[in-house]
Write a protein that binds this ligand. Structure first.
Ligand code: NA7
Length: 556
């Protein structure tokens, strides 16, 4: 097989259907991947489990769901017309608006004809004789492709907690990560919420307004910063639009997290108490994720980190009237920022409402769930509906659900049994022509996801074009390059405070999952440079097979 031979399109008589590329998932990554492949005149089939595009924004429809990166930045940059024309309504767009945007992109770039909805990819098997992947889907069909791109998302495998009695609960049970499409009405109901991560922190204030009573069961208190969400004015949008070339360049090349923001030039202990407090106060008033960018050592130095953590703990104590509730809401078992920092609208103040109660399940773990109540600490908390905001099997969960078999029949799950192993987060040795978008070992979830998605899609597209132009058949990570990268990712993580938290970055939220810091914390700018250098050196660290053939003219 040669990628050169396959680019002419589907063979009309071929059985099964043959494509240059199969893309798994039609979220923001899969959609842009398809767009780039179209530009390369490659045949592609996207399989999507849901009945619509949007990925995360398709599934996470819980009340209060919105992005925690500002919308003028959490948006595609690949089309200037798109970024100039789309009007975001608020500083942080709500889920429905981001989903509308995803649908707009799908229509605008006519993506739907190549996306097969309501179809899960169950199995991908690499054939070493033909150098092709056989991809089997939930409808029983098998297609063949030279390349497979996993655009399966990092937070897309909702995790059901294993709590005794949950299946016998007689009310409705919802998971924030798999919310119904029809409206859910909690009016008059006593609702129980399990979890206090980002999804709970966004939904608690909204559910509290509607429900008769809300009981929040908290295992770990989380740091949260006010979002200060507000409608975007035409002037605010215009400032971004005029400056997009610089905003996007900075986000890609200079920012550590893919967000256009001021870069700190000093550490927290370089300022005296008053100056430091004034700076934290200013960021708290400004709102949003950039709270953690006040100083350059908050993720590195525990004493510095404590100053920011103490500031937020004091704020919680100021907001929450009941001292015992305030104490429970103050995080104290991890440095601030080492679990994904949350941003909220009135989360802490919601606990001042008479119809909201916080229950500590750290000191009194769940005993069981009864048909009409949650039993913990010897007490029954009666509820009519249960909301699980219990998170995801992050970064590897969606990939692990697919039976992926590479060289010698090895499965990816076998290979990753002790933790994900990739080179640059893009490929895994022994699995030729299989790319992962924002996979473990890349900045992904530590960054503005769209910046990282676009970088990976562009890199993968250039790589596939490189192979096509040279008539190469396969490309795969070399084992030593992969080992070095895994060691590097781990080494960089351990220069920071991040591994001190039991976070989903570490796989710590899934019983039995290997505890390895999965994303690359070296920053999106340096990471991009590494990927570009690797490509410039003829894809150093990757092995390629297939005779170099004379370069073909690009298809017209
Ligand atoms: P998270 O951040 O993983 O939060 C899940 C929450 O659920 C967290 O508070 C967990 O407590 C709690 N949890 C999970 N399992 C249980 C059980 N069995 N019992 C009690 N409590 C439990 O998921 P989110 O959906 O909120 O956010 C995910 C990301 O989406 C977020 O970081 C943003 O990037 C967007 P724990 O902390 O494990 O003690």
């Amino acid at each position: 097989m040669s990628a050169v031979q396959s680019v002419s399109g589907k063979s009309p008589s071929a059985t099964p259907e043959t494509y240059d590329v199969v893309v798994v998932g039609a979220g923001l990554a899969g959609m842009y991947m398809l767009h780039r492949l179209r530009g390369l005149k490659m045949t592609a089939r996207v399989f999507e489990q849901g009945d619509g595009v949007g990925g995360t924004w398709y599934w996470n429809r819980y009340p209060g769901a919105r992005c925690d990166v500002e919308s003028m930045q959490y948006s595609y940059s690949f089309s200037d017309e798109l970024q100039q024309e789309w009007d975001w309504s608020e500083r942080y767009a709500p889920q429905a608006e981001i989903l509308k945007y995803a649908n707009h992109v799908a229509d605008r770039f006519d993506l739907r004809p190549d996306i097969q909805f309501n179809t899960r990819v169950d199995r991908c098997v690499f054939d070493e004789d033909t150098n092709r992947w056989s991809v089997t889907t939930s409808d029983g069909a098998t297609v063949v492709a030279a390349f497979v791109v996993l655009a399966t998302g990092c937070l897309s495998n909702a995790r059901m907690p294993d709590i005794e009695g949950i299946s016998g609960f007689k009310g409705k049970v919802y998971h924030t990560g798999n919310w119904p499409h029809e409206p859910v009405d909690f009016t008059g109901l006593r609702v129980g919420m399990i979890g206090t991560g980002s999804s709970a922190i966004q939904s608690v204030p909204v559910i509290a307004e509607q429900a008769k009573h809300l009981t929040v069961f908290q295992r770990t208190a989380n740091f949260s910063i006010p979002a200060r969400n507000a409608p975007l004015t035409a002037e605010e949008r215009e400032i971004f639009r005029k400056n997009y070339p610089e905003v996007r360049r900075f986000a890609r090349e200079e920012a550590r997290n893919g967000i256009y923001t001021e870069l700190p030039d000093r550490g927290a202990l370089d300022d005296g108490d008053n100056d430091r407090r004034a700076k934290y106060e200013a960021r708290w008033r400004h709102g949003g994720l950039t709270f953690m960018s006040v100083y350059n050592n908050l993720a590195l130095d525990k004493t510095a980190n404590d100053t920011a953590a103490d500031f937020v703990r004091e704020k919680i104590a100021e907001i929450v009237r009941d001292p015992e509730t305030a104490r429970l809401l103050q995080p104290n078992n991890h440095p601030i920022g080492t679990k994904r920092i949350c941003i909220d609208t009135d989360y802490f103040a919601t606990f001042n409402r008479p119809n909201v109660m916080l229950v500590d399940i750290k000191s009194n773990p769940f005993e069981e769930i009864l048909p009409n109540a949650v039993r913990t600490g010897g007490k029954d908390y009666e509820i009519d509906a249960l909301v699980l905001a219990t998170g995801f099997d992050a970064m590897t969960g969606s990939v692990a659900k697919i039976d992926i078999r590479g060289r010698n029949g090895q499965t990816l799950n076998q290979k990753w049994a002790e933790g994900p192993k990739t080179y640059l987060g893009l490929m895994s040795a022994g699995f030729p022509n299989l790319f992962i978008i924002t996979g473990p070992g890349s900045p992904s979830v530590l960054s503005n996801m769209i910046v990282s998605i676009e970088q990976h899609v562009d890199w993968i597209s250039d790589c596939i074009a490189f192979m096509r132009d040279r008539g190469l058949d396969t490309m795969e990570a070399k084992k030593d390059a992969e080992d070095n990268w895994v060691a590097h990712v781990n080494e960089v993580a351990h220069t920071t405070l991040y591994p001190q938290a039991n976070s989903w970055y570490m796989g710590a939220n899934i019983p039995g999952k290997p505890q390895i810091f999965m994303p690359y914390i070296g920053g999106v700018g340096p990471y991009r440079q590494i990927c570009n250098d690797v490509a410039a050196k003829g894809y150093e660290g990757f092995a390629m097979t297939g005779a170099e053939r004379p370069r073909k003219m690009a298809a017209s």
